[in-house]
Design a protein around this ligand. Sequence first.
Ligand code: NAP
Length: 505
Amino acid sequence: MSNHRNRNGQDGEGLHFAVIGAGMAGLLAAIRLHQAGEHFTVYEKADRVGGTWRENRYPGLTCDVPAHAYTYSFEPYAEWQAYYAKGSEIQTYFERTAEKYGVMPHIRFGAEVTACIWDEVENIWRLGLSTGETAVADIVIAASGVLHHPRMPDIEGLDSFAGTALHSARWRDDAPVDGARVGIIGNGSTGVQIVTALQSRAASLVHFQRSPQWIMPVPYFQYSDEEREAFRREPALIDAIRNDKDYWDAIYRFTHAITDTHGPEIAMIEQLCLDNLENSVSDAALREKLRPDYRAACKRLIYSWSYYDAVQQPNVEVEREAIARVEPDGVRMADGRLHPLDTLVLATGFHADRFIRPTTVMGRDGLSLDDVWSVRPTAYYAVAIPGFPNFFMLNGPTGPVGNFSLIDIAERQWNYIGHLLEPLRRGEAASIEPSAQAHADYEERRIAAARSTIFGSGCSSWYLDATGVPSSWPWSYEAFADAMSSPNMTDYILHAGQDSAVAAG
Ligand code: NAP
């Protein structure tokens, strides 16, 4: 297995990897593969790296994970302007990092992977590309992102709007904002950030909220030139922020809060959010409009230092009435009122169950990923899928979600995948996949635990699958870190080739 003749046109020893996507996770894989001297190609549908940070360019785009924690562990960055980084800065970070680590020549831009078909005879993946070309690889790393298919709201008359209507993930710089009448539908992390950014620019702003949100108050401050200079001189200062006990305690507290819905941690989070509402919003009527009727952290918590301030400005209206329809002049409410608008921003989220799809993925015996995922997307420990040998996901289904760094998640998953690849690298097997039984047991345990997390406590959100079950990791962050530190190899099946299993673990 380790002596390959021809993979992607390259001769040589070793495994050949196809990485799908040049976003945060795909670049991580590329850098690690490059450092290890592996053969690999990254396929990227767009013409730049960056993934979500390339696609999302809306005003106010900020990552609500502290900037120094939202970096690769091996590439600290002294240049962050503030405690929370802007999207454009993060895009720059990924572009610089890809250049610095020499992975750019390995990226095929404008090449979307449209099909991955497992060849049982050759033990390789055959890839179809949007360019009409084909490619082969021993290993596929699916790093195609989670939230990348915009969800358009099903609102009558949307197409009839005479102004500019656009989804947050398809921002256009020519959208009228300054001095304009702006409406924003959607109250997730995105909608809140856009409201906060546009309040001072728009003549008037209406925030349409189908459901109010709990807002967690967080600190925000700029780094000075002196601080950045100190970060450049002394990377240990950055390490201290990344490893800060308070930061990690907050993550552990958060995941304990999610899993123990009657414990002290969730009570603390709820109290902080409640106090924030009571103390920040002076008008009693507005306060009631903004008060959620579900538990804090059931939907993704909004971290904001400025939203409550923005919605108390005289040019802002929080609208809680149901939307009846969109008309050419604006948004008509169920009670008959019309909000005349020039620009309508749809911060209505994403189809969160897509992952690598619509790429056609077919594993052993013509097994289709669409069929396997017909009820819900799933992967064993969020990484691998029975029947899909040598196919690994970064930030795949059932992984942790919440207010923490997905870079850290991906790095831990990459470590786990590295262990899985060892038997292949040693030439002991041609392929590896989790056993169906191990995966079934995992899903049974996961779903049972997920139902009793805070995500399943009675609100709607993209954290729920089509059957209403939370789709994410339902245990603590420590449990995830522990699981990713080394796989239980007895849960994996190794194949020697020609479909013969050499060992179960
Ligand atoms: P989202 O959390 O799914 O929120 C979508 C919003 O649109 C919700 O308020 C939803 O209301 C509303 N909505 C959807 N359809 C509607 C309709 N037909 N009529 C009225 N309202 C409608 O989407 P998002 O805000 O784009 O955030 C998605 C995820 O991206 C976040 O959870 C987070 O993981 C990530 N993100 C992260 C950051 C960050 O700083 N790290 C920033 C932005 C986004 P309901 O609640 O009533 O359904």
